[in-house]
Design a protein. Structure first.
Lengths: 324, 320
């Protein structure tokens, strides 16, 4: 029951957050210098022409009225039309979401399959011989700090200059040509994964190192448990919360669109679309896009909390309203 | 006959931030099977390092410089990893100071006991093991997570885990320091009766001389990384031979008649960065002379007592 009211409170606060975000983004998009009419008609348009365009799209109303109209229709699931293409915003996003979702999926899978084991391994080996730990730190440091556009540009250059079997650009939807889709997605996914894997590995490593110095680990060693058993039975679960947090954050971040990667590899994803919409003052698209990103972040945060409650019984009782 | 535990001239250094701290400066101790030994010393005297060294549990920053630890004649520091694990699993048991902290917070207690029993018991044996440490509601405890237990309950669980394999030696490092005073005696009672049942030798590391003397057959006093006095508990407490032990006895509240003053020990315990030149206690010792500061005291055996003091023979009759 307490758990239920806790989630109810979380849901209510999520709704309030979304409402505030919607106001903020609405105001911000209208505060951008130059409106839609200027962008469409160019610099030499007469005031009469501008007023005509503004009236056509309802932009001559006061901002409060505009917001009210947008909010009430958005609540019915209608986020308006793109003023550039004339298509419903939901249709436009529907075309681009698969690209973003696919990139996100690749990135998160790489983070789980490569980043997490790498982090555990470097942490467990940290006390051990030779420079393995230093090498791991160097690799993850490079992965975190080399900007995506640098690595991405190098990859684009190499693969367009020399025939290495993979294509740069030329995106085809998975449904049309799965093989071609994978060939065009593999490179951007790999570049994206370098960063995601490095962040995950580093977080995992720190979390595991923190657990390894806990007294219950010493106690397990003193009972003669083997290193493998200690990692599997005692370390992983206790180190999991920061790792889950970074994974959900990365997921939310990627779902918001990997703008630089999309630009470099010419992918029609959500990120590029929103950036273009900002430039074109395509208000409905910007509003829906930012709201989408906010929803993703809020949902991911709630998922993180739910996971923490499952993974660590102490969080579970906190969620039930009991003080630790 | 090989003694159960033999520690020879053990020297252990800790590397910390570019400098070296000597935790054990030639500690020596021999324990026979069935003894109950209380190792007494201040923080920094080296007793925890001594306890960890027995199971090869010294942290990465620690280095065994010289000396040896032998359990049943096996040199702990030259065992291969699998042999060391077998030693810890089959022959040693550890109970630490922090009761809740030494249990895995994300695993139910029953499961942790089951894990400790692996290879020597099944799920059905979990409850009897919790009953043995006199937990009142073993079924509920087995279902609980560590944070749902009190400190005393958690320490009983830790004892059950340590005693699951009927170890030859139980090393209890300040097992009651984090507990409320009224449950200390209960927890100690559990440790000593369980050990007596399974014929386990106890090595109890503590800073509380009278508490140790009450339960142990032998008391070992440590100072500056060495064992300075060792003998039967009653005699050490009644007639200490080492000036440090004598000072400890005088500093104990409750052992005095009303109106008598507690005598504090002046100065600070030493922090060594290498072998001590002379007697580590010399700067604080009321009886020290020039020889004490200049040369390391040898071990003197007087009347079934081992004393590490230049003046040991003289102090015999002094009635300290």
């Amino acid at each position: 029951m307490r758990l239920f009211t806790w989630w109810l409170r979380r849901a209510l606060s999520a709704v309030v957050t979304l409402f505030l975000v919607s106001i903020l983004i609405f105001a911000a998009s209208r505060l951008m210098p130059g409106g839609f009419a200027e962008v469409v008609l160019g610099p030499f348009a007469t005031p009469e022409q501008k007023a005509e365009v503004a009236a056509k799209y309802g932009l001559d109303e006061s901002i409060v009225v505009q917001y009210w109209l947008w909010l009430t229709t958005a609540l019915t699931g209608d986020f308006g039309i793109s003023m550039i293409s004339g298509e419903p915003v939901t249709t436009e996003f529907g075309l681009r979401l698969p690209v973003t979702a696919q990139l996100t999926l690749f990135g998160v899978v790489a983070a789980i399959l490569i980043g997490v084991p790498l982090g555990v391994l470097t942490a467990v080996r940290a006390g051990g011989r030779r420079g393995g730990a230093a090498l791991g730190r160097l690799a993850s440091g490079l992965g975190v700090s080399v900007p995506e556009f640098v690595l991405g540009s190098i990859v684009v250059f190499l693969f367009s200059r020399y025939a290495l079997g993979l294509t740069v650009g030329g995106y085809v939807p998975f449904g049309e040509d799965p093989g071609g889709n994978l060939r065009s997605m593999l490179l951007p996914a790999a570049v994206l994964s370098v960063f995601v894997v490095a962040v995950t590995a580093r977080t995992t490593r720190d979390a595991v190192l923190n657990v390894l110095v806990e007294p219950y680990i010493t106690a397990a060693i003193a009972r003669g448990e083997s290193p493998g058993s200690i990692v599997v039975r005692h370390v992983l679960r206790n180190a999991s919360i920061p790792v889950v947090t970074v994974l959900t954050t990365v997921t939310a971040y990627l779902l918001g669109g990997a703008v630089i990667i999309e630009y470099l590899f010419n992918l029609p994803g959500v990120g590029t679309y929103i950036v273009q919409a900002v430039g074109r003052r395509d208000y409905a698209v910007v509003q829906a896009g930012v709201l989408l990103a906010a929803v993703v972040f809020i949902v991911m945060n709630m998922l993180t909390d739910a996971a923490a409650g499952v993974l660590d019984p102490r969080f579970g009782s906190a969620a039930k309203g009991r003080k630790r | 006959m090989t003694p159960l535990l033999q520690i020879d001239d053990l020297v252990v250094d800790y590397a910390s931030g570019g400098r070296t701290v000597r935790a054990l400066d030639g500690a020596a101790l021999t324990v026979e099977a069935g003894e109950t030994v209380g190792v007494v010393g201040e923080s920094g005297s080296g007793k925890s390092t001594l306890g960890s060294a027995i199971g090869g549990l010294l942290p990465g920053a620690a280095k065994v410089v010289s000396g040896a630890v032998r359990v049943d004649g096996d040199d702990v520091n030259s065992l291969r990893p699998t042999q060391l694990r077998a030693l810890r699993r089959e022959r040693l048991g550890y109970v630490f100071q922090e009761p809740i902290g030494s249990l895995d917070p994300t695993m139910r207690v029953g499961k942790q006991v089951e894990l400790a029993l692996r290879g020597r018991g099944t799920k059905a044996d979990v409850l009897p093991h919790l009953e043995r440490v006199r937990l009142r509601d073993p079924e509920r405890v087995a279902r609980s997570y560590p944070h749902q237990l009190s400190g005393g309950m958690a320490q009983r669980v830790a004892i059950a885990l340590a005693m699951a394999g009927k170890p030859e030696i139980l090393i209890a490092d300040e097992p009651t320091a984090a507990l409320d005073s009224q449950i200390r005696e209960e927890v100690l009672g559990v440790i000593f009766s369980l050990a007596a049942e399974s014929g386990t030798t106890i090595l109890w590391l503590s800073h509380d001389l009278p508490a140790v003397a009450k339960r142990c057959s032998r008391v070992v006093v440590m100072y500056g990384g060495r064992v300075v006095e060792s003998g039967s508990a009653g005699e050490v407490l009644a007639a200490p031979r080492h000036p440090y032990t004598a000072a400890l006895v005088r500093a104990v509240p409750g052992e005095l008649a009303e109106g008598e003053r507690l005598v504090p020990i002046p100065g600070q315990p030493p922090v060594l960065d290498g072998p001590s030149e002379g007697c580590a206690f010399a700067p604080r010792c009321p009886d020290a002379d020039d020889a004490c500061a200049a040369s390391r005291p040898p071990l003197v055996s007087v009347e079934q007592r081992d004393v590490l003091c230049h003046l040991a023979e003289e102090t015999v009759g002094a009635g300290r």
